[in-house]
Design a protein around this ligand. Structure first.
Ligand code: ADP
Ligand code: MG
Length: 200
């Protein structure tokens, strides 16, 4: 991928998250404090604002720069976690990633997110989409199948009881609502998949 394509992909991801902000906030209103969409929008607006500065950077540096912006700007519990996700992806990917590099890099990034959040899959968090998406990548699923996996995994958080984050304060009352962070991951995956499909 050339520099202009990398920038266009990040723009597409940012635009998708920003467009979804009201829905993400609605989800967080049900089981959190109603700021997740606002947080993610603020973060990805900052990513867009900073992007010209990083336009020529290869993937590892670009992703690390994005991760740092997200840590600084998203805030809440999710800021350091989404920041870690992007920073660690940057650390794990080679300068010129091939398709096969993504699954192991995402696996490494997930380990870092879990360490940061002291969390694991099954606790109704962003990990409940990240982990199935990583498994789908590792299994060599096609891009549309990976998007299906992401959306189904976000839907599947509805039935889970929150054990981490603010939603865990609700205990059993967190059941019946989709996790906002899980939905954010599905939105990001959707934007990446649609971008790559559009390129072919
Ligand atoms: P806050 O909870 O501080 O208001 P946000 O509303 O921005 O932060 O983000 C909430 C989301 O963060 C949750 O939906 C969940 O997906 C994710 N999250 C929160 N705590 C953790 C954790 N310990 N591990 C993984 N993800 C978490
Ligand atoms: Mg919140």
């Amino acid at each position: 991928m050339i520099a202009s394509e990398r920038v266009a992909l990040i723009e597409a991801v940012s635009a998708a998250v920003i467009a979804e902000a009201p829905a993400l906030t609605d989800l967080d209103q049900a089981i959190g404090d109603g700021d997740h969409g606002i947080n993610m929008k603020r973060g990805f607006e900052a990513v867009l604002a900073d992007l010209p500065q990083h336009a020529e950077k290869p993937w590892p540096d670009l992703l690390r720069a994005i991760g740092m912006v997200l840590v600084m700007k998203v805030g809440g519990a999710s800021g350091p976690l989404f920041g870690t996700l992007f920073m660690e992806l940057g650390k794990a990917l080679p300068a010129e990633p091939a398709a096969g590099d993504l699954a192991p890099a995402l696996a490494a990034a997930i380990v870092a997110v879990q360490a940061r959040g002291r969390s694991e899959p099954g606790q109704k968090t962003m990990l409940d989409v990240l982990v199935p998406v990583q498994q789908a990548l590792a299994a060599g699923q096609t891009a549309p199948d990976i998007l299906q996996t992401a959306n189904a995994a976000a839907d599947a958080t509805i039935a889970l009881k929150a054990v981490r984050g603010r939603a865990s304060f609700l205990g059993d009352r967190s059941i019946g609502h989709m996790d906002p962070g899980a939905r954010s991951v599905a939105v990001i995956v959707g934007a990446v998949v649609r971008f790559l499909e559009g390129q072919r």
